[in-house]
Design a protein around this ligand. Structure first.
Ligand code: SF4
Ligand code: MG
Length: 278
């Protein structure tokens, strides 16, 4: 993470001239603002910050920021981000995308990014639907949801994927849930995730007001968790068993060492630590 000491940045400094084309009321507007607020709160240098995405409505985000970035291919954002972070460990790398991109097409990369624990932050705007392709069920869609013409009658009948449980069990070092309707709280969680070493995963409940209009009601059901983050994965897992999906805050903060490549150059792990120390 490269904080700047000579200039004080504001959230506006991280926004590009490109105007978002999301539907009016989409939760992703607020998440974009939360990301730029988090960058400003950390006073990151825009030219030392990279935003990487895959494909989908939320994956448009790199174009709306003034940072470096890649709008990559479907499900592969974490792979590109991993390569970038390993080649340029001095950069702050934030990956942004949706539930279809991240948990279906990119599901395998999600697992192994948690396991690999490279020092970057993954923000998933989860609206439990494929919005860009007009309303197909995603891995987080409720089993009986069939309100879209693109969903099977009666729903898929499939148990939804639990992103926090998967991230925790696969080894993510920071696991949190946020809500787009709480942009300041989301910004604080993203900033905390960036600061925390290793792979930080933040699932943001971000309503799709076009295909999941009922998600407007999320504002009436989310609650901020009162409990301090678990530092023990089994304690975090116990909390998830009691979780109804509407608690927002940090679930888990671990202390696993971030991934450092072993290059076969004869360098010791201590040499590599010194080389990649941030
Ligand atoms: Fe947002 Fe849904 Fe519109 Fe996509 S389709 S921009 S997710 S409201
Ligand atoms: Mg989605």
């Amino acid at each position: 993470m490269t904080e700047c000491t000579a200039i004080t940045y504001t959230a506006k400094d991280y926004k590009s001239e490109v105007k978002p084309v999301w539907c009016p009321g989409c939760g992703d507007y607020a998440v974009l603002s939360s990301i730029t607020k988090a960058f400003a709160d950390l006073n990151l240098e825009p030219h030392n910050t990279a935003v990487i995405s895959g494909i989908g409505c939320s994956s448009r985000i790199p174009a709306y920021t003034n940072c470096y970035g890649f709008h990559t291919i479907h499900g592969r954002s974490l792979v590109v981000a991993t390569g970038l972070k390993l080649a340029r460990p001095d950069l702050t790398v934030l990956v942004a995308g949706g539930d279809g991109d991240g948990f279906s097409i990119g599901g395998n990369h999600f697992l192994h990014s948690c396991r690999r624990n490279v020092d970057m932050t993954y923000v998933v705007m989860d609206n439990r639907v494929y919005g860009m392709t007009k309303g197909q069920p995603s891995p987080t869609t409720e089993a009986d949801w069939d309100a879209s013409a693109m969903a099977p009658p009666g729903g898929t009948g499939l148990t939804p994927f639990n992103p926090l449980a998967i991230a925790l069990s696969a080894g993510a070092n920071f696991v949190a849930r946020a809500f787009a309707g709480d942009p300041n709280g989301t910004a604080a969680l993203i900033a905390e995730g960036i600061r925390h070493p290793g792979f930080s995963f933040i699932a943001v409940m971000s309503p799709c007001v076009t295909f999941r209009e009922e998600q407007r009601d999320w504002k009436n059901v989310v609650r901020k968790t009162e409990t301090a983050p678990a530092t023990d994965a089994s304690e975090a897992a116990k909390r998830l068993l009691q979780d109804d999906g509407y608690n927002i805050g940090v679930l888990y903060k671990g202390d696993r060492r971030s991934y450092k490549p072993v290059t076969g150059t004869g360098k010791t792990v201590a040499d590599l630590d010194a080389q990649f120390a941030l």
